[in-house]
Write a protein that binds this ligand. Structure first.
Ligand SMILES: [Zn+2]
Length: 332
């Protein structure tokens, strides 16, 4: 410490000391003193030089920190789009080796980018049981049954069939899955309040019953025509307990099961309001190459309100298109 003061004090005399050092040589005490003072000066100078770079080195350190923050693109991305990929690192965003980890197919069997996936991704759709989120599950209201997708097992029999409390239009007793039966009850009541009198012509049909129906067509029309108007046993939606054929109490019997039903009060009413009760017209006009069946304005399929309404809102008229699955015009 005193060296600092004395060094400062001695600094002006340094040139004289240098001159003295020329005449006073080691081990002369004056020479020793001068050496000490000189060393102190050199040391202090070195210290002050060392302090200067200390700041640049601090700068270097902070720039090193900000250099590691190039992960700040990530935080920038988060700031710009808080909901988009909150967990992913920048490398994941650019490389994205797995295109749809988040929209992993919620509905098993449907295309990963199908409209139905978007509906269920919102969390608004029924059913809530995840086991039913599978279009191959015969117990699910989402089950797909067409010429490429038969009932599995072929002799599947729904467990909760019950008779809906609605007017019958034929001698055939009506049976539907419990959920569909309740929906039919609400739908028919609403139609009745609008002055439209819908009846049930046909509903659940077992594998055996469908065999009888199909063989009846076969005997009358031959195979080609039968296959566009009736499902082979094991390929009928009626076996699910989620399908029904409607009639209209105010039209002639000749209109039942014909295109004429599309212009009947019942046909028009279900086309306009069926989705609000969970039903779609499963074989619409113009979708023959997709569904594999001639238009059936009387055949309703229960898919649940969320799905039926979503199809309606999106203007998608075939369930195949809504699931993003291939058309099924013919048996494989
Ligand atoms: Zn039908």
């Amino acid at each position: 410490m005193p060296d600092a003061g004395s060094q400062q004090a001695h600094r002006p005399r340094r040139t004289r000391a240098d001159r003295l050092r020329a005449t006073l040589s080691w081990p002369n005490p004056a020479g020793i003193l001068i050496s000490i003072v000189g060393s102190a000066v050199v040391f202090m100078g070195a210290m002050s030089i060392a302090e200067e770079p200390a700041e640049p080195s601090t700068t270097t350190a902070s720039s090193a920190v900000s250099a590691t923050l190039p992960s700040s693109p990530e935080s920038t991305a988060r700031g710009d789009a808080p909901t988009a990929q909150p967990e992913s690192s920048p490398s994941t965003i650019t490389a994205s080796p797995m295109p749809q980890p988040t929209p992993a197919p919620l509905i098993q069997g449907a295309s990963s980018d199908a409209p139905i996936q978007q509906l269920f991704a919102t969390g608004t759709a029924a059913p809530t049981d995840r086991l039913l989120w599978n279009i191959a599950n015969p117990t699910s209201p989402l089950v797909l049954v067409n010429k490429h997708n038969p009932m599995v097992p072929a002799d599947y029999l729904p467990a909760d069939l019950r008779a809906p409390n609605v007017p019958l239009g034929s001698g055939e007793p009506a049976l539907l899955r419990s959920e569909a039966a309740a929906a039919v009850g609400r739908m028919f009541a609403a139609a009745s309040a609008d002055g439209v009198h819908i009846t049930i012509m046909s509903s659940f049909r077992s594998y055996e019953t469908q065999s009888t129906v199909y063989n009846g067509y076969l005997a009358q029309k031959g195979q080609d025509l039968s296959d566009t108007s009736s499902a082979r046993p094991g390929f009928s939606e009626h076996q699910t307990g989620f399908a029904l054929d409607i009639g209209d109490a105010t039209v002639s019997a000749a209109c039942e099961f014909t295109f004429c039903m599309a212009d009947s009060p019942a046909g028009k009413w279900v086309a306009a309001h069926g989705a609000d009760y969970g039903f779609v017209i499963r074989y619409p006009m113009g979708e023959e190459p997709v569904t594999g069946y001639a238009a059936e304005p009387w055949h309703l399929r229960f898919l649940g309100i969320a799905v039926a309404q979503d199809m309606s809102v999106r203007g998608i008229s075939s369930y195949e298109a809504y699931l993003g699955v291939p058309a099924a015009p013919d048996y494989k």
